[in-house]
Design a binder for this molecule. Sequence first.
Ligand code: UDP
Ligand code: MG
Length: 313
Amino acid sequence: MKTIDIVVPCYNEEEVLETFYRETSRVLDSLDSYLFRFIFVDDGSSDQTAVIMKRLAREHDEVKYVSFSRNFGKEAAMYAGLRYSVGDYVIVMDADLQHPPAMIPDMLAGVAEGYDCCAARRVSREGESRIRSWFSRMYYKLSNQMTDVQMPQNAVDYRIMSRGMVEAILSMAEVERFSKGIFAWVGFETKWLPYENVERTMGTTKWSFWKLFKYALNGITSFSISPLRFVAGMGFLIFGFACLYIMVTLVQTLLFGIAVPGYVTTLCAVLFLGGIIELSVGILGEYIAHIYLEAKDRPVFIVRQTNLGNEEK
Ligand code: UDP
Ligand code: MG
């Protein structure tokens, strides 16, 4: 019998957690050729999430939980869930029921066909603001052009993965984790399952626009060095232009003597170069920040409590 671990990152999900467990279990009940286990990861929730988890764990043997010492973010929660997983396959899904549990049988069918991964892709973005969809579309375009990983747009973090793929993901040791990129980077053949966007009915989204922006930027700088090449290219271009300009000015001065006016040209050049330099330093800074954070090699998460014992690797 194949074993399946279901990893669920939860941050302040007291309103949905029980419903999530009930709904998902109902789907699993019809699948008796697999052995399921829940791994709930409490990402330092400040509400009753951890308490509910522990109660579920007491009442049901197949419920495991890992509780963090503080909020480390969804990436860390997913990573912890994968670390603690031992199943032949691992499902990652959100706790807010935006990832329909009814898709689990299809996902299992996908991996039974021989795929290493079967993932959900939203076909509609209903219930999402226009501007957010627009930013998302632009982001994927830009990111896919700049990086060598191709992230399908509208892919969500709802997927089933084989043990092999999970191990590959865990072998990527970066501290600053960007799962959408990591999933694409490790490769493996993925079967995509389309689904209609489901609005969150209980609880609230944990993402602000600013948080998303930082996350998106991190995604690009984690998987691409083309911004650095852009800086170098820019420098090269400006240098070429400057050489040309110097020669022209030199000839002009020799032939016609020194022309005094030139205030606007000077000011423009200074401001333009200043701007480019600031931009370049900013881009370099992003990469230095990555080096700094990775070099410190701090743990991705810290566990406060868990009912998972020696399975931990
Ligand atoms: N989440 C988490 N840590 C965080 C933020 C979110 O574990 O710091 C979890 C959250 O509990 C949910 C999932 O990540 O299960 C997705 O979060 P959310 O629904 O807020 O994101 P959205 O669906 O709006 O993208
Ligand atoms: Mg959600």
